[in-house]
Design a binder for this molecule. Sequence first.
Ligand code: MN
Length: 734
Amino acid sequence: MANKEKHVTLDDLCRTVQSYFPEAQIDRIKKAYAFADNAHKGQLRSSGDPYIIHPLEVAYTLAEMKMDIASIITALLHDTVEDTDVSSADITKEFGADVAALVDGVTKLSQITFRTTEEKQAENFRKMIIAMAKDIRVILVKLADRLNNMRTLDFLPEEKQRIIAQETLDIYAPIANRLGMGWIKIELEDLCLRHLHRDAYVRLTERISKKKKERDAYIESLCVTFNEKLKEYDMNAQVSGRAKHFYSIYKKIERRSVDFDQINDIIAFRIIVDNITECYKALGVIHALFLPVPGRFKDYIAMPKANNYQSLHTTVIGPEGERVEIQIRTQEMHQVAERGIAAHWQYKEGKFESKSRENTEWVTRLLEWQKDLSDPNEFLETVKIDLFAEDVFIFTPTGEVKQLPFGSTPLDFAFAVHTDVGNKCVGAKVNGKQVPLKHRLKSGDTVEIITSPNQQPSKDWLKIVKSSRAKAKIRAFIKTQERDRAMEIGTELVDKELKKYELSPSKIEKSGQLIKVAQDLSLRTVEELRVSVGYGRVSLSDIISRLLTKEEIDKRLVALHQPETPKPEVGFLKKMFKHATKPRESKTAIKVANLNDVLIRFAKCCNPLPGDSIVGFITRGRGVTIHSGNCPKAIDTDQERKIDVQWNIHPNSQFRHQVRIRILSTDEPGLLAMLSQTISHSNINITSANVRVTKDKKAVAIFEVEVTDLSQLHKVMSALEAKKGVISVERTRN
Ligand code: MN
């Protein structure tokens, strides 16, 4: 391929292009060269050569691959946008939108780096590169670029050599293989071996060259044998043999600890014949000549590899009892094996054509990375990617790649990382910048998720997420949460209703009566019965009517109407509140500027809480009155009497502040009890409660509660808000 010692010239490039494309517009290539040369003026490569040598050699490699003019020009310009003042708009102006899009594609690929040795991640990364490239020519330019970088790697510091070589081995050599570009894959792998395992590489070179004479003689004699035999059967075949590439020998030695001195094991023979029939005919001739090794025959003609590779492979026992590997193929198959997808840009009737239908098939197969496509749906999904618009590939901060559907948001990404990360996600940073949860991610973005232990999924999230995984996880969370709530409410309602009819909930359950009721209502468990009551699917009378006869119900109801208070629920509340303590005021709760031992009191109108902004006003004979900062009364008060005040609360302070909470809800039985339970579960005392029902059948509950500070209040308010039936919760002043 390219001459490694002497640099190629613009003339070499033009001549090569004209050799396969006589009508090529050489002027455009020359113009691109001049443009790039000017843009890179003054820049040097690590080797000390002028920079332009690099894009020129990349372009030459593409010419060797017989690529179209747009690819050649792209190769010449591929580093200008990244490394010089040239903009994408400049390229559009000078060379058209087509070339500009290709250059942009190469630039984007250059900006991402891969840093993990995990195979699954490497796989995602390779997919990402294909998906981001959008046009397969971008990848071909990138491969030629990488090949040139690998060829000139010696000039970089050793550490950098290793990083680039590892990335090439993990990402680019497999991509070249996928694209069927055998020679690029082989050269990349050998160069990687040289930089990653230099000792092994040197040893291999030495030993291969030491036995060169012997090996050449062996190859020559077998070629003659094959040729003579094939001629006997009227076949005109080209037979050749050569040492396999270093990297494959290296892997073979690693894998099977093969004795290196068995030189035959490192040689592969190739027989090229005129047509497919002759391939099988030649195989028969070879197998008649030498005994085939069982299990080693592979028919890649009938079943081509994913990268379109076709050949017959066989191993036979040679004249000296050694194993001999042989590939048999047609000239056409040989072309595909060497040039791969590049063979699809064909020079036809004076212009280039990409055989687009075949191209799509290529890409489809190209993207079938996973060998374990057992699930047909998964297979379909994989095929879909060839439209290039279906997926985005996102980095975690540690460099892992996640594949998400197009339009995905940080929430999708969070759920892709872990369900807990998704459930607790409050925000995200994309490429270091904070973004809203509904932000749309792009391939190549690095996303860092911000979580909070207080966060939980909400129904609104379903409108934000795109991935089915995130949707399923959010739905599951909401369902569990609603069920828990229904269970809680249902349990309370059922127990209360039973007690109302002088039935003991625990006895009814233990005796098996409740499970009978459940089964009668086509429910499997008592728990499901309670949940159903909570959801309102089963009414309380459905239960009672199955436990008591009509007469018993009437009898017990009469007894029920005897109590002195007409509102049994309030009575229930009062019982709960009887342990409420009176608020105690403490001087230490407030620090008044420069004054000790000042009598303070909290204004009744606004009742500020630790955490609220506050102002103090000196009141004659009554010390200092504390208002909240936004209290209208405080604003009206004579500002001359204003004094600086601050909260002075000990973390463990037992001090309680009285606050009033107003809850608007639907009028449902048991609701008030449920609300007050919610409050007392938060360790908050209720000092009074008041309920009334409005004309439109809503319930307004006013609770006076004692809280330590603002955060405790907010916590209980959001707990109340979350309850079924609650419409609004607010803190009211006076
Ligand atoms: Mn480059």
